[in-house]
Design a protein around this ligand. Structure first.
Ligand code: PRX
Length: 659
């Protein structure tokens, strides 16, 4: 990776399409919102200063809101790149998200409201959710799950997903949730990497009216994992639709049968006890198991939900992210529950059975805060203003965006059409690795700047550097890095401390390297410019080019493959694959798409395929992706092509049809 990568042509369209001067573009905080906001400008300034100047004092004060079975004796032990927070303390996230509220007399408050794709609604109070989670935790224990055992979750967006996560954290068994869009091979890889002997799944999920055969995918994944030497001892199966599935006696158990009337208490766990592992894509084909631990994650999740998403007692908060991604962990599940507030969950597709589905649910349930992805916003925008106008969106008071850069046009549409210019819009930048929101405008404290995430959250010290570690001038593009450790940061890459140290703290000395390009204005607003590595962001889903390439080259007719991102108006980026066939072969693009989909999952299906006569390589054999990105984007070739072994390849490639 080089500094010039920051200038790569597929950086998101930040500012380029409809650039408005920055100051002009700022939208003031609506007065009515400011008057009731959880965090005022003065409070932000005071807390932020303290969080940077005396982080231990700041975080110690925040930790007081939680239940500790045993108090910690030290707030932070920072031995770069390894951090330990709230050292010596014992707590439990499940206890803090459930028991604490019930004990305080808030057991009757709604914790979770769920709607299925066909319109079925289920609600759980805190007392009910605590009961469900305690029963599930006991069932897991009976299944043989012990403290420290990794449990794989492959579940649709149903209340049982939340229960399963909280049940795992209750007994100290780190969960590793695999997104329902991943195929058996990808699940197996993650199970093997995590050494997971237990799985929680459901018979069938549903998407756009179509059944998703989750249990049979899990059966296949287990077979593949076992072939790689990973024994699987127990599978818990939620009966969601009641479809026929094959149950393997001794190994597979129905959720409703395994749960008896036994309940399990929350286990006191060390602050640094592993909470969950979430696999995400990096620069290589091997997904990274991002490890988060108990106390720091808990406090980061709760504080950011309070400050950036402004959750309060009368709110019904809807974070649309699937629990298979970090946003679904921190903001669909843990953040709102830790605050004792009400979270809304929806199982189905955003446009099923029609494009008004989201707005219909917001109106019917009285949802007050919506937190969703730019991809979804752009697809609604394409369907025009008329559909949302048919619904009552007056309950909304705050809108959030997450997962990818939001282009100003989509921002303004969201603000005007969905938020009636009454609701602030927060554009939150963070990552699986950071555990919680790092950059945003606080809705009651900072004017928003469309296309720009904003200012740092408490304890976050962002700095834009060049490769040599020198700070860039205001408004100059550079690498986004964070200078100080924070409680919800990843602790390591599971089982691979070296990869952790190298990837996140080895690129530029002494700072956390995010892998994004960014610039910062004179007054501290950070604009994120997109990834500077080979990570793709397709509809807010994070994928590595190497992962897709290794799936393609596994096909018998493919000799080599190079995958790049192509800017896409809807998806942010689409997947563009150049494949070099084996001698004498002509692979069928449609078949290749299916092949990748079968191996990794639908999310990784290449959108565009060029069956290439050759790939642009340097004399030492390195594929020059920079040029492939230009070809994919339909741009003319820019840059020095003299290092290429055969520069004429570029012309031939550009002339090859895209399928
Ligand atoms: O490139 C950034 C982009 O998403 C990446 C992190 O992806 P993931 O770990 O899957 O987490 C997504 C949800 C937190 C980042 O490195 N990204 C995320 N949010 C934003 C963003 N890019 C620009 N603006 C954002 N608000």
């Amino acid at each position: 990776m080089s500094q010039s990568d920051l200038l790569r042509p597929n950086l998101p369209e930040q500012g380029s399409i409809e650039h408005i001067s920055r100051q002009e573009a700022r939208i003031p905080v609506p007065e009515a919102f400011a008057a009731q906001a959880n965090v005022t400008p003065g409070q932000y300034a005071e807390w932020y200063r303290e969080s940077i100047e005396s982080p231990e004092t700041f975080w110690d004060a925040r930790a007081k809101d939680f239940h500790w079975f045993q108090p910690y004796h030290r707030v932070l032990d920072w031995q770069p790149p390894f951090a330990q927070w709230f050292v010596g303390g014992q707590t439990n996230l499940s206890y803090n998200a459930l028991d604490r509220h019930v004990d305080a007399g808030r057991g009757d408050k709604r914790a979770l409201v769920w709607e299925g794709e066909e319109g079925e609604v289920r609600e759980y109070t805190y007392a009910q959710l605590l009961d469900e989670v305690s029963l599930t935790a006991a069932a897991l224990t009976r299944l043989g799950v012990k403290k420290g055992d990794r449990v794989t979750l492959y579940l649709p967006m149903i209340p049982e997903a939340v229960m399963a996560m909280l049940a795992c954290t209750r007994i100290g068994a780190p969960h590793t949730v695999v997104f329902g869009g991943f195929a058996a091979g990808a699940i197996a890889d993650r199970m093997v990497a995590a050494g997971s002997e237990f799985v929680i799944t459901a018979d069938i999920g549903q998407r756009k009216g179509e059944p998703l055969p989750l249990k049979s995918v899990v059966d296949e994944a287990i077979k593949l994992a076992e072939e790689q030497g990973q024994a699987v001892r127990g599978v818990l199966v939620v009966r969601h639709t009641g479809s026929d599935v094959t149950m393997q006696p001794g190994r597979d158990h129905w959720w409703h049968e395994a749960r008896t009337d036994e309940r399990e208490d929350a286990l006191p766990l060390d602050s640094e006890h592993p909470l969950f592992i979430l696999y995400t894509s990096g620069s290589t084909g091997k997904p990274k198991g991002i490890l988060h631990t108990t106390a720091g994650y808990m406090i980061g999740a709760a504080l950011s939900t309070y400050a950036a998403l402004d959750l309060k007692d009368h709110d019904l908060f809807w974070c649309t992210a699937d629990v298979g991604w970090i946003t679904g962990h921190t903001y669909s599940t843990y953040g709102p529950l830790l605050l004792g507030q009400t979270t809304f969950m929806y199982e189905g597709a955003h446009n099923y059975p029609h494009w008004g589905r989201f707005w219909d649910m917001i109106g019917r349930h009285g949802i007050t805060i919506l937190y969703t992805a730019p991809t979804a916003i752009r697809s609604f925008m394409r369907h025009g203003d008329d559909t949302p106008a048919e619904y009552d969106l007056s309950s909304l008071r705050l809108l959030g965006s997450v997962g990818e850069p939001i282009n100003p046009q989509a921002w303004h549409w969201y603000h005007r059409v969905i938020g009636a210019e009454r609701c602030p819009v927060v554009d939150t930048w963070w990552q699986t690795e950071t555990g919680s929101i790092m950059l945003t405008t606080l809705p009651g404290a900072h004017p928003a700047e469309p296309g720009t995430a904003g200012v740092p959250m408490f304890g976050i010290d962002p700095v834009i550097l060049n490769r040599e570690g020198e700070e860039m001038q205001a408004d100059e593009g550079g690498f986004l890095t964070l200078r100080q450790p924070w409680p919800s940061m990843l602790r390591t890459v599971y089982g691979d401390d070296e990869r952790y140290a190298k990837t996140y703290f080895g690129e530029i000395d002494g700072v956390y390297f995010a892998g994004d390009g960014a610039r910062r204005s004179e007054d501290g607003y950070v604009t994120v410019l997109g990834r500077v590595d080979d990570v793709l962001n397709v509809s807010g889903h994070r994928l590595s080019t190497a992962e897709v390439e290794s799936a393609l080259v596994a096909h018998p007719q493919v000799a080599e493959a190079a995958v790049v991102g192509k800017p896409d108006e809807m998806k942010g980026e689409s997947i563009f694959a150049f494949v070099l066939p084996q001698e004498g072969q002509t692979p069928d693009p449609q078949e290749l798409r299916q092949y990748v989909s079968d191996l990794i999952g639908k999310v990784a299906r290449p959108d565009h395929i060029v069956v290439a006569p050759a790939l642009p390589k340097t004399r030492s054999g390195k594929i020059m992706r920079r040029f492939l990105r230009q070809i994919a984007a339909g741009k003319s070739i820019e840059g020095d092509t003299s290092t290429l072994d055969d520069p004429s390849v570029l012309e031939r490639l550009a002339a090859t049809p895209v399928e």
